[in-house]
Design a protein around this ligand. Sequence first.
Ligand SMILES: *Cc1c(COP(=O)(O)O)cnc(C)c1O
Length: 398
Amino acid sequence: MTDFTATRAMFDIPPGMIYLNGNSLGPMPKAAPDAMNRFLLDEWRTELIKGWNTKNWWMQTNALGDRLGRLIGAASGTTVVSDTLSIKVFQAVSAGLAMVPDRRVILSDNGNFPTDLYIAEGLIKLKDAGYSLRTPDPEDVLDSITEDVAVVMLTEVDYRTGRRHDMAAIIEKAHRVGAVVVWDLAHSAGAIPVDVAGSNVDFAVGCTYKYLNAGPGGPAFIYVAPRLLDTVEPFLSGWYGHASPFAFETGFRPAPGKIERMRIGTPSIAAFTLLASALDVWDGVDMADVHAKAVDLADLFISQVEARCPALTLASPRDPHQRGSHIAFQFDHGYACMQALIAQGVIGDFRAPDIMRFGITPLFIGEDDILRAVDILEGILQDETWKAPEFQTRAQVT
Ligand SMILES: *Cc1c(COP(=O)(O)O)cnc(C)c1O
C-alpha cells in the first residue's frame, strides 16, 4: 500500500498553498536542491568531462527511462528520456508513417493539444507527398480509423476536459486495419495506470514536468515497442542515437535493436538530476493506489462543488473510468474566478474559452485540501470576489 503521508512530506509546497495544478507543473521534491547542488559541486565542478563516464551521464537517458517505464508498464530497455515532448511527437509520428509507406493519412482529433497537431502539420509540409491530417471529434475517432489511415496520433487524456480515449479499443481497431498508433501520455503518466506493453502500444511519448514532478521544462520520454526496435527509423537522427557514436562516422547507423536509436543529441544532465529526484518519490508508489485515491478525491471535489457552487458546470466525464486525473468545470467568468482563487492560495489554471482546471494528485493532495479549496471557491462565488478589476486582465500564461 502506498504511504501518501510519506509522499506528501517529500514535496516542498509553500505553506498555506493548496496546489491543484500538478497536472500542469508538479511541485518541487524536497530533495531536489541538494541533488542539484551535488550535481554541480560533486559532478560538474570536480569531474568535468570525465563525468560522462565516472557519473554515468551518458546512459542516464536509459537509466531514467527504465525507472519511468515502470509507471507506464514499459519493460526495461524500451523507454528513453530527453528532448521535449513536441520533438518526441515528431519522431514517433515520422517513424510511424515510414512503417506504412503506401498510406497518406494521419488521424488525430480536434481536441488534441495544439502542439501535437502543429507537429503533424509541419511534418506533412516537410514530406510534401500528399499527406493529410484528419481531426474528427474525439467521440468519432474509433469510427474514423479506416484502411487509408497510416498513423493514429492521439493524446489519451484530453488536456481540457480530462476525457479519456479507450486505448484498448483504438489499438485493436488500428492494428486490424494496418495502422500504427502513437499515444501521447502527457496527462496519463503518473496520473492513471497505463500498460504500454500489455496494451500492445506501438509508440508512446510524454513529458515529465506534469504529474511526474521533474520541474519546468523537464525532459520528455519516448517508448517504442520492443518488436519495432530493430527497424524503427528515428528520422531526427543524431549522434547520440548512433550505433557507435564515438566512431564519428559520416553516415548515420541507428543503434541496432536498441531504444538508444531514438536519442538525438546531448541531453541536459542538470534536468536529469531533477527528474531523478522526482522519480525517487515514485519509487515506493503503486499506480493503482494513486488512481484509487485520485478517484475518491475527485468524486469528493465534484460532489462538493456541485452542491455548493451551482454556477459551475462539470466539463469532465462523471464516470472515473472515462477521465484522467484533472477535473474541469465550465464557468463563463472562469478566468477571473481562477485568478481570485489563486489570490487566496488555491492554485488551478484556466483553458480558453471557459474551463477551470483542477489537478487531483494524491502524492501531495489530500481530502483536507479538497474541502478547503471548495470552501474558498464557494466564498468567491458568493461574494462575487472574482468581479474585482485585478482579476480581469489575462497574463501571458493562463
Ligand atoms: C503538455 C503537453 C505538451 C507539451 O509539449 P512540450 O514540447 O513539452 O511543450 C504536448 N502535448 C500534450 C498532449 C500536452 O499535454
